[in-house]
Design a protein around this ligand. Structure first.
Ligand SMILES: [Zn+2]
Length: 264
């Protein structure tokens, strides 16, 4: 027997084993019998020979129910405790201005963009990136944290930040954090996201990279971890050049910082 050493700070072992961060915006990898059926809060979870991924939205509640069922065995309920997080509040000392009523032309463009994003999210490509250790797409100063909540004068809450921002000069090449299939590569800048690139890592896990000055891959390309995929820029709604990296598992919005190794 060899003692297992899984020396990641956020490692949590339950039975059956789950490895990762059971926390808002976090994820865990698990393994069970190859013939098991898995659900999380009643929704089926796919697995490959028993290996699966679970993830928890930024606003996930404190409990989730993992159910593992095998033919000829009693269904196995595993209550999971999902740790809450204290999100940074960014107070903006200005009155909250609701977004201006979009004109018809903008609304039509936006509808089309959102339809492309939705289609890309539901592509369900087969890729193995979900089970790899993730790498930083590029290294630089973290200039925006996932989940931070904006409030305005009078305590009015705006939306929260949906990804991790890495401040880098325009033109800096960034790489695939894990294997994946390119499910969206904008041919012209989206109104807000700019040149948007989306990578499907398999099992419902999707990365999005915003504001690029150029994309180095095209839709349908299969990319491997570390492969150059785009160049940092400030297209779309950005106040300076940076890479915004967002992650989702199905509808859940996740914190990329929990996927990538700690920055030394
Ligand atoms: Zn951002």
């Amino acid at each position: 027997m060899v003692a297992a050493s899984h020396a990641r700070a956020a490692t949590i072992i339950t039975d059956p084993p789950l490895r990762g961060a059971l926390t808002q915006g976090g994820f865990a990898l698990g393994s069970t019998w190859a013939d098991a059926r898995i659900t999380l809060d009643g929704v089926p979870v796919a697995h490959v020979n028993g290996h699966y991924l679970l993830a928890f939205d930024r606003d996930a509640g404190p409990a989730a129910d993992l159910l593992i069922t095998r033919a000829s065995a009693v269904p196995d309920h595993r209550p999971l405790a999902i740790a809450p997080r204290a999100w940074r509040i960014e107070h903006v000392d200005a009155p909250f201005h609701p977004p201006a009523m979009p004109d018809d032309a903008f609304a039509a463009i936006r509808r089309e963009e959102l339809a492309r994003i939705d289609a890309a999210r539901s592509a369900n490509a087969s890729a193995e990136g979900w089970r790899q250790g993730f790498q930083w797409p590029a290294r630089g100063r973290i200039s925006g944290l996932f989940g931070s909540q904006r409030t305005y004068r009078g305590g009015v809450a705006g939306s929260y930040h949906g990804g991790t921002d890495i401040a880098l000069p325009s033109g800096t090449i960034y790489n695939a954090p894990a294997d994946g299939v390119v499910v969206l590569a904008a041919d012209k800048p989206f109104t807000l996201e700019g040149n948007l690139l989306m990578l499907d890592h398999g099992m419902g896990l999707v990365s999005a990279f915003l504001h690029s000055s150029a994309l180095l891959v095209k839709e349908g390309d299969r990319v491997t971890q570390g492969q150059p995929i785009g160049k940092v820029g400030m297209t779309g709604r950005a106040s300076g050049p940076h890479l915004h990296w967002g992650m989702r598992w199905r509808e859940a919005r996740l914190d990329p910082l929990l996927f990538a190794p700690a920055i030394a």
